[in-house]
Ligand binder design. Sequence first.
Ligand code: NAP
Length: 259
Amino acid sequence: MELGIAGKRALVCASSKGLGRGCAEALAEAGVSVVMNARGAEALEAAATEIRAAHGSEVITVAADITTEEGRAKVLTAAGPVDILVTNAGGPPPGMWSDWDRDDFIAALDANMLTPIALMTALLPGMMERGWGRVVNITSQSVKAPIPVLGLSNAARAGLTGYVAGTARQVAPHGVTINNLLPGIHATDRAVALDRGVAEAEGITLDEARAKRAATIPARRYGTAEEFGAACAFLCSQHAGFIIGQNILLDGGAVNATL
Ligand code: NAP
């Protein structure tokens, strides 16, 4: 399908690996000029080089921590006016409800709620002025069905979801859409880290932990960064202009709910 966004400019945060990279790659494939970001410069440059070689599109890299004010300033300055914003950052660590104090919550809110909000605050006015824009926030299936060991994530992402629900309806009259993509388990470094924790806790191998988790997913496998990126690119396309303020699960059927 022709997505109709060739020549647009996108900022894809936290995109040297995993789901962010999948989104950057799918947008580049659609002819979008992409600004990629991550903290580690080496992996970021490697990903950008591969994407340029594969799709021939312009790729700009900005090594910075997107969860800090200085990092965001650096990224926003390099990005300039963008038509498409994909927000993403690393997820908070797992634990028990009794493990976390105020500082832990502030860090989680900063990374997974206030950072996407700050990026939207900076970039929505330009999109509205130009009469076209797309924002996709990478959140989590934990928004629909809590993952008990990810209480920090459950809390921060719920806050972002509430913000998007209202804001998406305020910017929609200006041709700007905001939606959230909710990943279930995808085969990325993050999933390996979570599986390793389970393997250690249960005294099983990493492969056993992965197989055990895959068996709980109706699709019987983990998702891929490529299929996640394709869904993101569709939400950023000309065809998705009537999709406003939605929370779209990509979870292989893992969340057992009718709606
Ligand atoms: P990943 O494979 O670990 O990749 C994370 C990417 O984000 C890397 O490129 C990393 O590069 C970058 N990054 C992390 N923190 C950053 C920061 N502060 N500033 C800039 N870049 C940063 O993770 P993922 O699996 O793609 O997950 C992406 C998001 O989806 C996370 O929030 C995760 O919690 C959520 N999620 C993932 C899954 C899943 O199954 N994979 C499921 C539900 C939710 P650097 O480390 O070099 O910065």
